[in-house]
Ligand binder design. Structure first.
Ligand SMILES: C[S@@+](CC[C@H](N)C(=O)[O-])C[C@H]1O[C@@H](n2cnc3c(N)ncnc32)[C@H](O)[C@@H]1O
Length: 301
């Protein structure tokens, strides 16, 4: 991994508490209800989950910690991410978390197995592009998790590929899907120019773009997976900031700098002036950041 990737891993770690606060609880409750019904109707079968763009596996740890899989005694959880070296960061994060949460862990040929209170979870990490992974994974997935990733993918093609591997009435859960609004406070005269350019950079190539959350609400039913629950999961980060929040906000400003810096939509002096004001506000513990996201849960027809 490069130092750029290391910074990204620190950002993902800092993002965990922001996501914890943001996740849309009614959508999560609907997921739990459906998993409970599934456990009852398919008693004795393991729950098979695949997480794409899994990063360091934060969502897997969160779902286990929050009891989302408690109706199932056996869970097979596969994480897919294309970034090399991410698997090692995930393994380290899982080892630390498992010890703290009282799970026993033992290595398996392709990952490790953790056990606690009669519940057994096999964890596998696959370093691969998700489109390639979907061609080799069997059509036996009960739940796909696409956490904070769909906006960088060709939306329809990605959703189609993921749905194609689901079992009957399989579930598709896309938490923290960006949906078009970024705001910082205190306000700055160049906010519209810089943030407009920032959203513009999300439109390049095959990327789903800044309105992915709303688009998902129509793409899923189009592909025979009606939305069964959805709601806002906005990131709202305000002072006073702890260390994690400062790391998170510093990286978000880095994303704006890297992406807008490469575009021609805003001149460098305007961008630099805006960034300086934002970093000053961060250092002075005054910076407010809001990003609008959606959590979406769909079920195959
Ligand atoms: C914003 S991060 C989110 C990580 C994690 N879901 C979280 O929120 O903590 C997006 C992740 O998706 C991965 N990714 C992007 N495109 C991918 C693709 N085509 N196939 C597999 N992984 C991909 C990146 O490597 C990155 O780790």
């Amino acid at each position: 991994m490069t130092s750029h990737d290391d910074r990204f891993v620190h950002y993902l770690r800092a993002k965990e508490s922001v996501d914890d606060r943001a996740l849309h609880r009614p959508t999560l409750a609907s997921l739990i209800d459906r998993l409970e019904a599934r456990a009852e109707s398919r008693s004795g079968e393991p729950l098979r989950v695949v997480s794409v763009g899994a990063g360091t596996g934060a969502m897997c740890r969160r779902l286990l910690s929050w009891g989302v899989f408690d109706a199932h005694d056996e869970i097979k959880y596969v994480m897919v991410d294309r970034t090399r070296g991410m698997a090692d960061h995930a393994a380290a994060a899982f080892a630390k978390w498992a010890r703290a949460a009282g799970w026993t862990a033992e290595p398996t040929p392709d990952g490790f197995r953790i056990e606690r209170h009669g519940r057994s979870v096999s964890l596998t990490y696959v370093t691969s592009d998700l489109f390639e992974a979907m061609t080799v994974l069997p059509k036996a997935i009960d739940l796909v998790v696409a956490h904070a990733v769909l906006d960088v993918l060709p939306l329809r093609r990605a959703v189609d590929a993921l749905l194609s591997r689901l079992t009957d009435e399989g579930l598709f859960y896309a938490p923290i899907t960006f949906d078009g609004r970024t705001a910082f406070r205190p306000s700055h005269p160049d906010d519209d120019a810089v943030l407009g350019a920032y959203h513009g950079t999300m439109r390049g190539g095959e990327r789903a773009g800044p309105d992915t959350g709303s688009d998902l609400l129509s793409v899923l039913p189009d592909l025979d997976a009606p939305v069964v629950a959805a709601g806002g999961s906005d990131w709202v980060v305000h002072p006073p900031h702890d260390d994690e929040a400062r790391i998170f906000l510093d990286r978000v400003l880095g994303f704006v700098e890297e992406s807008v810096g490469e575009s021609t939509a805003v001149d460098r002096a305007t961008l630099d002036g805006w960034l300086e004001a934002r970093h000053d506000a961060l250092a002075g513990d005054e910076l407010v950041y809001v990003a609008h996201n959606l959590d979406v849960l769909a079920e195959l027809d």
